[in-house]
Design a protein around this ligand. Structure first.
Ligand SMILES: N[C@@H](CCC(=O)N[C@@H](CS)C(=O)NCC(=O)O)C(=O)O
Length: 210
């Protein structure tokens, strides 16, 4: 069932949702929220996303959802395409472990770097370079953990790609590719994994605009 995606193609969390919709061949229409102009803090937006952030979706039947990962999990049950959330109990447990790695290990660091280097300048706020240095050191250490895991298996949850891998793409592409942080050349398994997931057609399409 088609949905409208309320967000901005420049923003990572909107891209995360668009990516999963493209992976699962679920049609959607992007309705751009003027984040720079503060539209996401207005009452009309807060009725749908009470924390004043993007994105949220509204389905044709009126069903609404916000939080990009929750939306991604929901969309993964719709449409057609690769099974992105394994259902067999042990495979599912490994998927939850991998999703936890993205959310608890990667996101705070990558999100912090992007906030400092991209979003603060976007909102005309000065970057805290000391904080960037701390975060990039943390990123290096986190990537050692990824290297250990990915030296034993193809993807974070096992040998099949899952949402947990794909959820890395919006922030990873900025941090690794645009900003050049995270020494992937020193970690060949992370490099292989990144090349694999970032070359997926769905992500290539989203990179050009959600
Ligand atoms: N956990 C939320 C985070 C949403 C979020 O941080 N959105 C950012 C853009 S990527 C935003 O709206 N920033 C503007 C603000 O917080 O004022 C999700 O995944 O949907």
């Amino acid at each position: 069932m088609a949905f409208t995606l309320h967000g901005s193609s420049e923003f990572t969390c909107t891209r995360r949702v668009a990516l999963i919709a493209k992976e699962r061949n679920v049609p959607y229409r992007l309705i751009t929220v003027d984040v720079k102009g503060g539209e996401h803090k207005q009452p009309a937006h807060l009725k749908h996303q009470p924390f004043g952030q993007v994105p949220y979706i509204i389905q044709e039947d009126g069903f609404e959802l916000f939080e990009s990962r929750a939306i991604g999990r929901y969309i993964a049950t719709l449409g057609s395409g690769p099974e992105l959330i394994p259902t067999e109990p042990k495979a599912h447990a490994k998927f939850e472990q991998a999703a936890g790695i993205e959310y608890a290990q990667f996101d705070p660091v990558a999100n912090g770097i992007v906030k400092e280097k991209i979003y603060k300048p976007f909102f005309e706020v000065a970057t805290d370079e000391t904080k960037v240095q701390e975060l990039t050191a943390q990123l290096e250490s986190k990537l050692d953990g990824y290297e250990t895991l990915l030296s034993k298996q193809k993807y974070l949850a096992g040998n099949e790609v899952t949402l947990a891998d794909l959820f890395h793409l919006p922030y990873g592409s900025i941090v690794f590719e645009e900003l050049g942080y995270g020494s992937l050349d020193k970690r060949l398994n992370v490099k292989r994994w990144w090349k694999d997931i970032s070359s997926r057609p769905a992500w290539q399409a989203v990179k050009e605009g959600a």
